[in-house]
Design a protein around this ligand. Structure first.
Ligand SMILES: Nc1nc2c(c(=O)[nH]1)N[C@H]1C(S)=C(S)[C@@H](COP(=O)(O)O)O[C@H]1N2
Ligand SMILES: [Mo]
Length: 320
C-alpha cells in the first residue's frame, strides 16, 4: 500500500500527535483543498470536520508491555484487517470514518448469574484502563507492535458471575450492513464470531481493547470495544463486540467455519505449524525498512513463558 506523506517525516520515528500536527501544517502550507486533506487523513480522529478521539488521562503502562519499538499511529490505523469495511488493508480507515461507535451496548448471555444488556459506560466504567504494548501477529505473516489501551478481561467477565458450565466465551461483532458495507458481501458468514476457552479469556494477558496511543479506539481498529489476545493470530482479536456468551460448547469462529482446514479454533502463533498455503516460520514487521530481513516468528508470539502452561495437554499440531 502506498501512503501519501510529506517526505521529510519518518512515521516510525515520531508520535501520533506529531504526525497529526506535522501533516496539518504541511497540508495547510501546501495549500491543500478539503479534498486533499480527505485523501491524507488517517482516521476518524483526524478528519478535518471531526473532533479528535478522547484521550485517556493518567494511563499507566502495564508491566506486561514489550519495550520493542511501537509501530507509528499511521501504521496501526491505516493498515488494517476489518472485513466489515472491505478486504483491502486501506479500506477500514477509508470506509469506517462515519461508523457510530456511540452509544454502544453489549449483551451478556449464557452460563452466568448476571446476564444483561450493559451500556458501554457500565461495561467499562468500573475498570482502570492501562497501556499494554503488545506484539500483534497476523496469520498472513505480518506483525506490528501496538500501544493498546485496555482493561483486563478477567476483571470484566468475573462481574457477570460465570457458572461452572461456562467452559468457553463466544464473542460477536455488530451486524449492521448499513454502517458496515463489507457485510453486504458474503465474504464471511456475518456477523463475525470468535471464541476463547474460559481459561484463555481469564488469562492476565487477555484484554478488552478500548483505545490505542492513549486515545479511544479509532473505528478501523474495532471501536469501541474489541478483544486482544496477543499470543494468538490476529483474527482471534475480534472487533466491535456487541455480544458475549458464556457457553459449555466450543464456539465455531468465523474463519474456522469458512476454511476449517486453514484456520482452527486455537490459532496460537506457532512457527512450527505452517498455514497450508504459506510458512509461519517468519514474519514481516510493518513499517520496517523495505530491505529489512523478515524476522523469525516466536512460539506463542513471544508470550510462551506466560501462556505455554495453558496448552500442556494439547497437541498443537492437531489443534491449530
Ligand atoms: N470483526 C472483525 N474483527 C477482526 C477482523 C475482522 O475482519 N472483523 N480481522 C481480524 C484480523 S485478521 C486481524 S489481523 C486484526 C487486525 O487488527 P488491527 O486492524 O487493529 O491491527 O483484527 C481481527 N479482528
Ligand atoms: Mo489477521
Amino acid at each position: 500500500m502506498i501512503i501519501k506523506r510529506p517526505n521529510d517525516i519518518k512515521p516510525s520515528d515520531i508520535t501520533a500527535e506529531s504526525i497529526y500536527l506535522n501533516r496539518r501544517q504541511f497540508l495547510r502550507a501546501a495549500g491543500f483543498t478539503a479534498l486533499g486533506v480527505a485523501a491524507a487523513v488517517t482516521s476518524r480522529a483526524w478528519g478535518a470536520k471531526e473532533t479528535p478521539l478522547a484521550r485517556f488521562p493518567d494511563l499507566k503502562k502495564s508491566p506486561f508491555s514489550t519495550d520493542e519499538k511501537t509501530n507509528s499511529w499511521e501504521d496501526v490505523t491505516t493498515y488494517n484487517n476489518f472485513y466489515e469495511f472491505g478486504t483491502g488493508k486501506d479500506e477500514p480507515y477509508r470506509r469506517a470514518r462515519d461508523f457510530q461507535p456511540k452509544p454502544w451496548e453489549v449483551e451478556v448471555v449464557g452460563e452466568c448469574d448476571k446476564p444483561g444488556v450493559y451500556g458501554y459506560e457500565d461495561f467499562v466504567g468500573p475498570h482502570t484502563p492501562e497501556e499494554r504494548v503488545y506484539r500483534l501477529r497476523c496469520v498472513e505473516a505480518w506483525s506490528m507492535v501496538v500501544p493498546w489501551v485496555g482493561i483486563p478481561m478477567a476483571d470484566v467477565l468475573k462481574r457477570f458471575l460465570p457458572n461452572s458450565r461456562a467452559k468457553y466465551v463466544k464473542f460477536t461483532t455488530l451486524l449492521d450492513p448499513e454502517q458496515m458495507p463489507g457485510q453486504r458481501w458474503a465474504v464471511l458468514d456475518w456477523p463475525y464470531v470468535e471464541g476463547l476457552r474460559i481459561d484463555e479469556a481469564m488469562h492476565p494477558l487477555t484484554i478488552f481493547g478500548i483505545g490505542l496511543y492513549g486515545r479511544e479506539l479509532p473505528n478501523q481498529n474495532g471501536a469501541p470495544l474489541r478483544l486482544i489476545v496477543p499470543w494468538k493470530y490476529g483474527f482471534k482479536s475480534i472487533k466491535s463486540i456487541v455480544r458475549i456468551e458464556f457457553t459449555s460448547k466450543q464456539p465455531v469462529s468465523s474463519w474456522e467455519k469458512a476454511l476449517p482446514r486453514e484456520y482452527g479454533f486455537f490459532a496460537n502463533v506457532n512457527p512450527d505449524v505452517d498455514h497450508p498455503r504459506w510458512s509461519q516460520a517468519s514474519e514481516r514487521r510493518i513499517g520496517a525498512n523495505v530491505f529489512a530481513a523478515r524476522q523469525p516468528t516466536l512460539m506463542f508470539n513471544g508470550y510462551g513463558e506466560q501462556v505455554a502452561g495453558l496448552y500442556k495437554n494439547l497437541d498443537l499440531r492437531r489443534n491449530y
